[in-house]
Write a protein that binds this ligand. Structure first.
Ligand code: CA
Length: 228
């Protein structure tokens, strides 16, 4: 299977040049112009590695790295940082944040390719963490498939994202506001009632597998997904 590489770079010319040469080498490339765009992509799909520019607008490349390392589903993804700054202290700062490798711009494509290969080889076991597990439920984030005791459970994309949020936060109380912000986004115009409607649908799907009791309503507070 082709390895998937996420490129996060705000400068169009550099991003396109990198995309083109990596695609030529047989990689699947995902592109983001900003850190927020990158986080959105990583929420919806997975990448085997990320190449992140240090100087990004709004949220810096280093901040993006921190966010990735804080997200247990993608925390182990190899990250290569591109930087225009060559100072040693910056490099050290970057490595402390959890960067696996560094290259100073302008990058030599040949060298970049060799370093990508090395990172991918080193992390070939990383793929395992693309599966979430909670009790009998297995969720494959790559193929968007859910299986319960080997039986497939099909969900709409919203219910899938709801269940994903619950599985990542099992045994934690989540308020409806938190759920809304995570699943629909902070700036959506969705009402809190909508959250309840989709929770109901998710509970119905879980009921088919006799697992509806996992999803508990905490009156006046929100919802909790309990793993026995
Ligand atoms: Ca830049």
């Amino acid at each position: 299977m082709k390895s998937k590489i996420l490129i996060v770079e705000d400068e169009t010319a550099i991003r396109e040049m990198l995309t083109f040469s990596l695609m030529q080498s047989g990689y699947v490339v995902l592109q983001a112009k900003t850190a927020l765009e990158a986080l959105k992509i990583l929420d919806e799909s997975t990448a085997d590695m990320a190449i992140i520019d240090w100087g990004l607008p709004q949220m810096s490349g280093l901040e993006l790295v921190e966010r990735i390392r804080d997200n247990e589903v993608i925390a182990d993804m190899p990250i290569m940082m591109l930087t225009a700054r060559a100072q040693e202290e910056d490099k050290v700062k970057g490595l402390e944040t959890g960067v696996d490798d560094y290259m100073t711009k302008p990058v030599s494509i040949k060298e970049l390719q060799a370093r990508i290969k090395a990172q991918l080889r080193r992390s070939s076991g990383f793929k395992k963490s693309h599966v979430l597990e909670a009790g009998k439920i297995l969720m494959d984030l790559d193929s968007h498939k859910i299986s319960i005791d080997g039986n497939e459970m099909t969900l709409s994309i919203t219910e899938f994202n709801l269940l994903k949020l619950f599985m990542k936060n099992s045994d934690k109380l989540l308020s409806r506001e938190q759920i809304l912000n995570h699943v629909w986004g902070r700036n959506s115009f969705v009402e809190l009632r909508t959250v309840d409607v989709h929770i109901l649908r998710l509970r119905k799907s879980l009921k088919k597998h006799k697992l509806e009791k996992m999803l508990k309503t905490v009156r006046g507070a929100g919802y909790k997904f309990c793993v026995e």
